[in-house]
Design a protein around this ligand. Structure first.
Ligand code: AMP
Length: 178
């Protein structure tokens, strides 16, 4: 396997303008996922900062957080827990609502998915406004888990999503400035 640089990884992410709405540039990671060295290098880059962080569980946010999160969990030798959009998980859930620019959204986790005191890593593909990851962290803390940190492949730093995540440790592989 050839290890790709951060610049090479960034080059495998495709910008799709005006998706899902005018003015938004959608960061499409599917070319990166389809590239063997790109995928392997991405998972390694996401996992490395957390190797000695005492992570018990990786929590991935639907849907691209599932793809990356499960692979990072495997790399760290821990289990994986999904956080999903409302109404998707089959068991007893705990829900967290959060504000969008217009309206609200809700995410859910199985109520028995993490235990009090468990050290969890929250993982998603893109840190934009930070609303989703902040809601995930709140949900996990309500279940008694310790949020050891949050990890993202891509940070849209001009949106200052970090501000919503308080003093949680945050690691990102690729930073996209304004
Ligand atoms: P936010 O809550 O604003 O930080 O948005 C994070 C969630 O929305 C993540 O699950 C991302 O996958 C998705 N997202 C936000 N902005 C983008 C973007 N420009 N391109 C791709 N996904 C995005």
């Amino acid at each position: 396997m050839g290890r790709l640089s951060v610049a090479e990884l960034a080059g495998l992410i495709r910008d799709i303008p005006d998706v899902p709405q005018p003015g938004i540039v959608f960061k499409d990671i599917t070319p990166l996922l389809a590239h063997p060295d790109g995928l392997a290098s991405t998972i390694e880059a996401l996992a490395v900062p957390w190797r000695d962080a005492g992570i018990d569980t990786v929590v991935g946010i639907e849907a691209r957080g599932f793809i990356l999160g499960a692979a990072v969990a495997h790399s760290l030798g821990v289990g994986f827990v999904p956080i999903r959009k409302a109404g998707k998980l089959p068991g007893v859930t705990m829900a967290q609502q959060y504000d969008l620019e217009y309206g609200t959204d809700t995410i859910e986790i199985h109520a028995d998915a993490v235990s009090p005191g468990e050290h969890v890593l929250v993982l998603d593909d893109v840190l934009a406004t930070g609303g989703t990851a902040a809601a995930a962290a709140l949900l996990l803390r309500r279940l008694g888990a310790t949020v050891a940190g949050c990890s993202f492949l891509l940070e849209l730093s001009f949106l200052d999503g970090r501000a919503k995540l308080g003093d949680a440790r945050i690691e990102t592989v690729i930073e996209v400035g304004g």
